[in-house]
Design a protein. Structure first.
Length: 89
């Protein structure tokens, strides 16, 4: 997920829940948690789980974004649901 650079560079702690991420991305809550755990961003701290993004991770993300050369224009994407009524039985 891409966050605006301004949001990442403020240096402030920002509260966002797994449910917020799930709703923003339309990805199941369980899949969000699994991905955060896989990326080692989901930590247990003082009796609750928190998402931890270090400055090192932010810098690595910025470097990675600079290397990306393929860009997709989201206005050109068109999603069309599968028409199951035309399916041959």
């Amino acid at each position: 997920m891409r966050f605006k650079e301004e949001e990442m560079s403020t240096g402030e702690e920002r509260a966002i829940s797994v449910m917020d991420l799930s709703q923003m991305t339309s990805i199941r809550k369980e899949d969000v948690i699994s991905t955060l755990q896989h990326l080692n961003l989901y930590k247990y701290y003082r009796g609750q789980y928190v998402i931890v993004i270090t400055d090192e991770l932010k810098n690595a993300y910025r470097r990675m974004c600079e290397k990306i050369t393929v860009r997709i224009d989201p206005t050109k994407l068109r999603w069309q649901p599968k028409d199951w009524s035309r399916r041959k039985l």
